[in-house]
Unconditional design. Structure first.
Length: 234
């Protein structure tokens, strides 16, 4: 806000007539404390509310047909011209605000009806769900090492987070712990699944690893004591 601009004149008139919002009134009051030109202009039009009260809805006694005492002038001709200008500015400001609100309401109505038409068409159309593509599994037969008769098949399924490993085991030890280890190209081994042996010697387990299928070099099935029962190159 700069003294002498049109915006200052408009706010000054609205300030005198009480047409500002609470926030604008507070901001303009703070501005008046430090702005000498605005303070001088305010002194010239400070009698405007009293003039409007004297005029009243019928034009006031000095504008009526009957005899009445002429009140003493409350402003100079220059001040009256200033008042007229301020009133015109306030009126134009209010007309612009009403026009803006009308345009905004019209735009909101267009969006509302357009959205309703689109929603109606969407509700009337039944979407056919599409099934995700089936994951491709790569089966690896893990060969038993000498001295072991286990039969193990591992299916490697590529996932976004790594690899899912579906393990089918037969003729396994009937007690103790068992585990599937995956080894990468650098020889680092991590456990992908672990389970406890069953009395029937059969197990079906699902494991997981952060390695992708092409990063897995070797699969090993070990006992809880670390003995390798079967191994295979992936």
């Amino acid at each position: 806000m700069s003294p002498g601009s049109d915006d200052v004149h408009v706010l000054l008139g609205a300030y005198v007539l009480g047409g500002l919002s609470d926030e604008d009134h507070r901001m303009y009051s703070e501005h008046l404390r430090t702005c000498g030109p605005c303070q001088a202009e305010l002194g010239q039009v400070s009698g405007l509310p009293r003039l409007l009260d004297l005029a009243g809805p019928e034009g006031g006694p000095h504008l009526s047909d009957g005899p009445a005492a002429v009140p003493e002038p409350l402003a100079t001709e220059q001040g009256d011209a200033r008042v007229t200008t301020l009133l015109g500015e306030v009126a134009r400001r209010r007309r612009r605000r009403r026009a803006w609100l009308t345009a905004l309401a019209a735009a909101a109505a267009v969006i509302f009806f357009a959205g309703g038409a689109w929603l109606g068409r969407s509700l009337g159309t039944t979407a056919t769900p599409t099934a995700p593509p089936a994951a491709v599994a790569e089966h690896v037969a893990v060969a038993a090492l000498p001295g072991s008769s286990v039969r193990i098949d591992v299916a490697l399924v590529k996932r976004g987070w790594g690899t899912e490993l579906d393990i089918d085991c037969e003729d396994m030890p009937t007690n103790g712990e068992l585990a599937l280890w995956v080894i990468d190209a650098k020889g680092r081994a991590v456990t992908a699944a672990s389970w406890r042996a069953t009395a029937a010697g059969y197990s079906r387990v699902t494991g997981a690893t952060a390695l992708s299928p092409n990063e897995i070099q070797t699969l090993e099935v070990r006992t809880g004591t670390g003995k390798v029962l079967a191994s295979a190159r992936a």
